[in-house]
Design a protein around this ligand. Structure first.
Ligand code: HH2
Length: 272
């Protein structure tokens, strides 16, 4: 039975300071092992990153990102055909990652970090994820402000998708992401955005949702630590699926695949 459900993107961090699993996968062999495990658990895409975007994280020079990412991407590609996405805001890192075997550029700055980003995305011809963020990672949680968070995020994503297409990125290469947790008040902004995902989906591009283990889940569960947020992460993924997102970016692949498969099977039985 082929089920209609979002694709599951598993997170592989090669960072010493990522909020959810900081440091555990900096060792290249450990990161590769983790990637193997996520593939075995059913990941449809792997998202590899070497610069944490958590609030207050230190920037990483491009050369260090490349040094961490290229061997890892090459090693994954050598043993699997799984699509690989690279989580970077730097065009030179995206280029190195594509040369090593990645095919998706996941950019939390929506191709605005460098004046070269738009042209690089067009030149690479890869898929690009344009994510919304208010402010920049170091300071974005200081005082996020919106009048209407869903409308403002949708308008920003529409503008960036037009900028990308004007620069030569094909429509079918573009994904949008509301950027849960990126310059958003934990509950006042993230919850309306999750409730209004259908309005982001209505922009006509595949939508990626990254809510896994984020702080708003802790805020709704008595301050649960990042590795104690599985239930809430699954609830958010299911809400995304119900709204029609194309993919969810998650840390817990096996559990998310199971939840999405059950949701899809129930929906299918209901419409048979
Ligand atoms: N969230 C993080 C990183 N990259 N990319 C997209 N497109 N959407 C997201 O929601 C998103 C993202 C979270 O930040 P980080 O501190 O790197 O933690 P982790 O990679 O463990 O999720």
């Amino acid at each position: 039975m082929k089920l209609q459900r979002p694709r599951v993107m598993g997170v592989v961090n090669a960072t010493p300071d990522s909020f959810s699993d900081g440091g555990r996968f900096l060792d290249p062999a450990a990161a590769l092992d983790h990637a193997r495990r996520l593939i075995a658990e059913g990941a449809d895409i792997l998202d590899v990153g070497a610069e944490s975007t958590r609030p207050g994280a230190d920037p990483v020079p491009a050369a260090v990102e490349i040094e961490r990412l290229v061997p890892l991407i090459g090693a994954i590609r050598a043993e699997s055909a799984v699509p690989i996405s690279v989580d970077t805001m730097k065009p030179e890192v995206a280029r190195a990652a594509m040369a090593a075997g990645a095919s998706i550029w996941n950019d939390v700055t929506a191709l605005s970090h460098s004046p070269d980003s738009l042209a690089m995305a067009a030149e690479l011809g890869c898929d690009v994820v344009l994510m919304h963020m208010q402010g920049e990672p170091r300071t974005m949680q200081a005082e996020p402000r919106y009048d209407d968070v869903v409308a403002e995020v949708a308008a920003f994503l529409a503008e960036r998708s037009h900028a990308a297409m004007a620069a030569g990125v094909a429509h079918e290469r573009i994904w949008l992401d509301p950027g849960i947790g990126f310059g958003k008040h934990m509950l006042r902004h993230n919850l309306p955005l999750l409730a209004g995902l259908d309005r982001i989906v209505a922009l006509g591009f595949p939508v990626l949702l990254g809510a896994s283990r984020k702080a708003f889940i802790g805020a709704l569960s008595g301050g649960a630590a990042a590795d104690q947020r599985l239930g809430g992460s699954i609830a958010a993924a299911l809400a995304g699926a119900a709204a029609g997102v194309a993919a969810v970016r998650v840390h817990d692949v096996a559990e998310t695949v199971q939840a999405l498969n059950v949701q899809a099977a129930i929906a299918q039985a209901g419409s048979a």
